[in-house]
Design a protein around this ligand. Structure first.
Ligand code: FES
Ligand SMILES: [Fe+2]
Length: 478
């Protein structure tokens, strides 16, 4: 390619040969929502990215100054702090925020900082009758108004009406509590864009956090997040899932500045192993993955995204090219319908089977569809070479039962594998994360050692990464 040509913005046109995700929708046994059929691409360049975006302290400082304060951040799930007085301490990019459930069920968010001499008011989430600073005892009510200043005779210069805790913007969407430091930011749905409407169907507000794990990863938060923005790496990094994952058939869609998605078909063969073309083999591989590490049953793992074994393992008609999908979808309708007390009989095969990996800029990935949904969040941690990656699994609750409170976040030690949390999210899924983690520290090291200090991206399969950086640049140059 001639110099400069890859700086021209174009819509990527080439696709993996063979059946596409859209073709699969034509074979669905139910009506498929139109927003799954519609492709949404934007014009992007093919120019390389600078490696120091991931490694330099200056770049991270620019993100802290220009990006994080000006976006909506996923700070908590509603079920993390259900009762009046429950609090969540949410920290990111060097700042600490305090969310408090109000008497009327509302949520307020404050800077978690005492207005006397700056001590953090709380260091961890939990119940709060009032907000009493542990240093000298300045105290605020849970609504942020000042309650008491010890020795008031010494603070006659501090006027009550100026002593309420500074607040952040709060918005609530699908059970997620979003906060922003930017007072004049558009409401969350307007800011994130019309693709938020896809969730009107999936209703993650009906779900609760069934599992929540996290680990500090020795790689930049963007390096880590980007490992979950493309399915391109599956063929080499996750060979065990090719027997039931349409990695190269993944659809990538981009929406405005702040949202994009990958839809990776499940219960189909990867185009990389198309010669296997055996529907029973697909089903058997999927069941083996779902039940990995389980000998003789046992209690259901809280974060399992899979159906009960005997349902998914039904014998397949190998002449039907999507029989494994149909059987998997049907097993999921039954298992997750019973678990949630809901009727999924009209829900499409794709929404009962596939992986809807949506991302909302900058660091929030709430999956869509009707099987238990993964939610990722990535935050910088201490320096540009580390991040905290969190994984939640949301389960749909029964309509007539109160949602359980979230379990505490299970923090995996930095020297421990995700496999150590296999009893929470399942050994198969944990092994996939460990495979991802086997790359990330070496990506971080390699970016620093690079001779040309450039990163190259595929035009289509890595379009979400480019989209993400394009939006990041808009914030950094604003
Ligand atoms: S720093 Fe909080 S009361 Fe002094
Ligand atoms: Fe991966």
């Amino acid at each position: 390619m001639a110099d400069g040509e890859n700086n021209r913005a174009m819509t990527p046109a080439a696709r993996c040969p063979g059946m596409s995700y859209t073709d699969l929708l034509d074979l669905d046994t139910r009506q498929v929502p139109e927003f799954l059929r519609e492709e949404s691409l934007l014009e992007l360049t093919d120019a390389p990215l600078a490696a120091d975006r991931y490694t330099s302290a200056e770049f991270a400082a620019l993100e802290d100054e220009k990006m994080w304060p000006n976006v909506w951040q996923f700070a908590a799930r509603e079920e993390d702090f259900p009762e009046a007085g429950d609090t969540v301490v949410y920290e990111n990019a060097g700042k600490s925020f305090l969310l408090i459930r109000q008497e009327d069920g509302g949520v307020r968010a404050f800077y978690n900082v005492c207005l006397h001499r700056g001590r953090k008011l709380r260091t961890q989430s939990g119940f709060s009758k009032e907000l009493k600073c542990p240093f000298h005892g300045f105290t605020w009510n849970n609504d942020g108004t000042l309650k008491e200043k010890p020795c008031p005779w010494d603070f006659q210069h501090l006027k009550e009406d100026k002593m309420s805790l500074p607040e952040l913007r709060v918005d609530r969407w699908q059970g997620f509590v979003m906060i922003s430091e930017k007072q004049d930011i558009a409401p969350f749905k307007e800011w994130a864009g019309p693709a938020t409407a896809h969730y009107d169907r999936w209703r993650l507000d009906e779900c609760y956090t069934a599992a929540w794990i996290a680990r500090v990863i020795p790689a930049n938060w963007k390096v880590t997040a980007e490992a979950f923005m493309e399915a391109y790496h599956a063929v080499v990094t996750h060979p065990q899932i090719l027997a039931f994952t349409g990695d190269a058939n993944t659809r990538y869609d981009l929406y405005g500045d702040h949202m994009n998605r990958a839809i990776t078909p499940s219960a189909v063969l990867s185009p990389h192993v198309a010669h296997l073309h055996d529907q029973q083999h697909i089903l058997d591989s999927l069941v083996a993955f779902a039940t990995q590490g389980e000998k003789g049953g046992g209690p259901r793992r809280p974060g399992s995204r899979f159906s009960d074994t005997e349902d998914a393992g039904a014998s397949a008609d190998i002449s039907d090219p999507v029989m494994a999908r149909k059987l998997t979808a049907e097993a999921n309708r039954k298992t997750f319908g019973e678990m949630s007390g809901r009727d999924f009989s009209d829900i499409s095969d794709t929404e009962m089977t596939d992986n809807f990996t949506y991302n909302i800029f900058p660091n929030f990935s709430p999956w869509g569809g009707f099987i238990p949904n993964i939610v990722y969040r990535w935050r910088p941690h201490q320096d540009p070479d580390h991040c905290l990656m969190e994984i939640r699994i949301l389960m749909r609750g029964k309509p007539d039962e109160p949602k359980p409170k979230s379990p505490p976040m299970h923090l995996i030690g930095e020297d421990e594998p995700f496999a150590s949390a296999g009893h929470i999210i399942g050994a198969g899924l944990a092994s996939v994360f460990d495979q991802d983690m086997a790359n990330l520290p070496f990506v971080q090291d390699g970016l620093k050692a690079s001779a040309n200090k450039e990163v190259q991206l595929g035009s289509y399969q890595e379009s979400r990464i480019r989209h993400f950086h394009q939006t990041l640049d808009k914030y950094l140059s604003a």
